[in-house]
Design a protein around this ligand. Structure first.
Ligand SMILES: [Zn+2]
Ligand SMILES: [Zn+2]
Length: 264
């Protein structure tokens, strides 16, 4: 006979969603943005994270409590790679109830976790279009430690990390007009320097700004050089317009011109 599940899921809610995303990306962050749930968890408990975005959003991953400890410091080790969120309307309609801070036991905990895992791979770039909070969170969660513009490291352990990290959002109606000419714009995470420089230089899109940082083509002198990377891309959909998959065998070419197809 199947044993009843004694699994427990704690639900925490953030009081500042940007700080909260920073703690998910960098467990050593000094921020303490989580409230709700019990004070301490037990081994094998899990923790779900609700972000106070508008509408609220829920991380499509749970962290595992690895011993008695304070739940509000629960974090991922290592941080979730490519995690995303599901908005509360979607999750509520699937669960039949709203996920609020507190505790779920046994089958209820399993049901919530299963529903969250269904959204684990909601990586379509279209889900990051729009100027709403949920799109911003999805873009921030893809931050890999470096500015998408200048590639400088942004240290999320700093107390002022929230003021060093900026999300460039893109109109939801902006369609992928032409892959040949590159997508017109792309959601990105920028450092303060790039945010200011992009505005000062009058670039209307992040893509335009990013290409302005890359070298001009030696053949046509255009400013549409994509950086070539080698190796098997795991996620074709999310190759940004300023990068190009060069195949598995590394070659000497580092740049490829979108205008005249020259590589160098
Ligand atoms: Zn930068
Ligand atoms: Zn060219």
């Amino acid at each position: 006979m199947e044993q009843p599940s004694h699994h427990r899921l704690h639900v925490l809610e953030s009081i500042g969603w940007k700080d909260a995303v920073i703690t998910l990306l960098e467990p050593r962050s000094p921020y303490r943005p989580w409230r709700g749930g019990a004070d301490e968890g037990q081994q094998s408990d899990t923790v779900a994270f609700v972000l106070n975005t508008d509408p609220p959003s829920i991380l499509a991953e749970v962290s595992h409590v690895d011993g008695p400890r304070e739940l509000r410091q629960a974090s991922f080790s290592p941080p979730p790679n490519g995690a995303t969120v599901v908005d509360s309307y979607t999750l509520s309609s699937e669960l039949g109830f709203e996920l609020r801070p507190g505790r779920f036991d046994g089958d209820d905990a399993d049901t919530v976790e299963d529903a969250l895992y269904q959204h684990r791979y909601d990586w379509d770039p279209g889900l990051r279009l729009g100027h709403d909070d949920v799109s911003k969170v999805r873009t921030l969660l893809r931050f890999d430690g470096r500015c998408d513009g200048c590639n400088q490291e942004i240290d999320l352990t700093r107390p002022d990390a929230r003021d060093q990290l900026f999300v460039h959002t893109v109109d939801a109606q902006m369609q992928r007009t032409s892959r040949w000419l590159g997508y017109p714009d792309w959601p990105a995470v920028m450092c303060r320097h790039c945010r200011d420089r992009m505005a000062d230089e009058g670039h209307e899109t992040f893509v335009d700004y990013k290409f302005s940082l890359n070298p001009s083509c030696p053949q046509c002198l255009g400013r549409r050089a994509r950086e070539i990377f080698y190796g098997m891309p795991s996620d074709h959909e999310n190759i940004p317009p300023w990068e190009e998959a060069g195949g598995c065998c590394p070659m000497s070419d580092k740049w490829s011109c979108l205008i005249c197809s020259t590589t160098w």
